[in-house]
Ligand binder design. Structure first.
Ligand SMILES: Cc1ncc(COP(=O)(O)O)c(C=O)c1O
Length: 491
């Protein structure tokens, strides 16, 4: 759909200066069409306005249009005007390739590469590996009402430039939240608000890692975080993950051999396996970081969703040496499209991050940040989380039951104690690519397990998300997986 609200700047003259004006005018239009500035079906300005804008005789414009029409570029009607032809005599040219310099560290292959869910996925496809909340439960009315109230009352401040570390009200509300719920004794100065955890990760990385330095990561883990470190020129050291989370002994051996700058971990619910890091490993990890002075970058992306027992506290809650930065996000609590995340950590680190952020992005969306702060102060967000937690737990139970009943022969999994997904290991030699393709043909998407492994090999497991889908959808998804299961003999 074309927007039709702008007054079109009339095409300028083009071509050799000694050619007749009407020819140059026609060439100007052709050039604009070929560059894609004017598109097929677009209406051109009236001859009078056009002539006035270029200070030409109107007959010159009429002659130019007749020339364009004769060449097949435009069509005119006697009374109503002139339009660019729907089918053009020559295809528009795309922008000429520019010689961009090669980068020492190559970029990811495409912007969508970091996302499990393609940007324009048809809504009737069930993307079982997309780790995002159910958008149907997003509190639209509440958020819209609160936004309007907050901006009406405080717009004079909120619409100006503000603190790159985040709107003070949200820093305060988040500091209270992490102190109350996550037992992190944080002041607002120890919190910086970012656009999602991806920016948080990138900023923490920039604040502490220099090119060539080593960052340890989970060999089965979260690729978007790895990309931030890789693009900075860091050396990534993948370490094994097992039923207790990251193998901290392996980290200890690495730290003894090589100077480590940081380790990136997901201790609460390891991504993607969902296992919680054991207490013994947590203590060992903190002790190692203190001894070797590396930063623990803790990605606490789904803290709010823990179903059984109490959520395990973040590493930062036990950090007495100032070696942990903890990253949080509202992408799972509300929606990824809001782009709200945060870092809690030592003030010196937060201050560096705020300076880096100011250069990259000036500041966040303060009207939205103040709105979210309001929802936190009123307890509305907490109510939403409680509601979603009950819903997601029920959905987890549905998926668990369905998988056991219908796919128990080929899938094995631990019931996750929290989060929004489960990690199912394939116990039989099945042609996984063929399975995924057949399921896709029936509207169910499962991401290749290889995307979660640093070495890109197939882990023989799949990430299945329950939070996004209602019971009927989970049912449909599992039935599709069951009905598309290849026989073992298939390649
Ligand atoms: C491990 C992990 N960290 C962070 C996030 C959230 O990312 P963001 O806050 O950038 O939307 C996700 C969401 O998929 C995740 O899986």
């Amino acid at each position: 759909m074309r927007m039709a609200t702008w007054k079109l700047t009339v095409p300028a003259l083009a071509g050799p200066a000694d050619a007749p004006i009407y020819v140059r005018l026609a060439q100007g239009v052709v050039s604009d069409i070929r560059r894609g500035r004017l598109s097929p079906g677009q209406r051109l300005p009236g001859t009078r306005a056009w002539a006035e804008a270029l200070q030409l005789n109107r007959n010159t414009v009429v002659a130019a249009i007749a020339e364009l029409e004769a060449q097949g570029w435009v069509r005119t009607t006697a009374t109503r005007g002139t339009w660019v032809q729907e089918s053009l005599p020559v295809e528009p040219v795309s922008a000429p390739p520019r010689g961009l310099p090669a980068l020492s560290v190559p970029l990811p292959p495409s912007p969508s590469f970091l996302s499990t869910r393609p940007f324009e996925l048809p809504h009737d496809l069930l993307h079982l590996s997309a780790g995002t909340p159910d958008p149907r439960h997003f509190p639209v009315e509440l958020l819209a009402r609160t936004w309007r109230r907050v901006v009406r009352r405080r717009g004079r401040d909120l619409l100006e430039y503000g603190d790159p570390a985040g709107h003070p009200s949200l820093r305060r509300a988040l500091a209270t939240m992490v102190a109350d719920v996550r037992a992190i004794p944080a002041t607002p100065e120890q919190v910086v608000v970012t656009r999602g955890s991806q920016m948080a990760l990138d900023l923490v990385a920039r604040a502490v890692v220099s090119p060539g330095e080593t960052v340890a990561i989970e060999a089965l883990g979260y690729r978007p975080a790895w990309e931030s470190f890789r693009l900075l020129g860091a050396q990534l050291a993948p370490l094994p993950v097992d039923d207790e989370g990251l193998d901290v002994d392996a980290l200890g051996r690495l730290a003894a051999k090589r100077k480590l700058r940081a380790v990136y971990v997901t201790p609460h619910h390891q991504y993607p396996t969902t296992v919680t890091m054991s207490a013994a490993r947590r203590l060992a990890l903190l002790a190692l970081a203190k001894r070797h002075r590396f930063l623990i970058i803790e990605d606490d992306y789904d803290h709010e969703f823990h179903f059984e027992g109490r959520p395990v506290l973040p590493l930062l809650a036990r950090d007495e040496a100032g070696v942990v930065a903890s990253i949080g996000t509202l992408s799972k609590v509300l929606a990824p499209g809001l782009r709200l995340g945060f870092v809690v950590g030592p003030t010196a680190l937060i201050d560096r991050i705020a300076r880096l952020r100011a250069v990259m992005d000036r500041q966040g969306d303060h009207p939205m940040e103040a709105t979210i702060a309001d929802l936190l102060e009123d307890g509305e967000l907490q109510r939403h989380v409680r509601k979603m937690r009950v819903l997601y737990q029920a959905r987890r139970d549905v998926l668990v039951k369905l998988l056991r009943a219908r796919l128990g022969q080929v899938l094995d999994f631990q019931v996750p104690s929290g989060g929004i997904s489960l990690w199912a290991k394939v116990t039989k030699p099945i042609a996984l690519d063929a399975w995924r393709e057949r399921a896709l043909a029936k509207g169910v998407v499962v991401s290749p397990g290889a995307r979660y492994r640093y070495d890109g090999n197939e882990p023989g497991a799949m990430r299945l998300v329950f939070a996004r889908f209602n019971e009927a959808e989970l049912h449909r998804a599992v039935e599709v997986l069951r009905s598309t299961l290849p026989s073992r003999a298939e390649p």
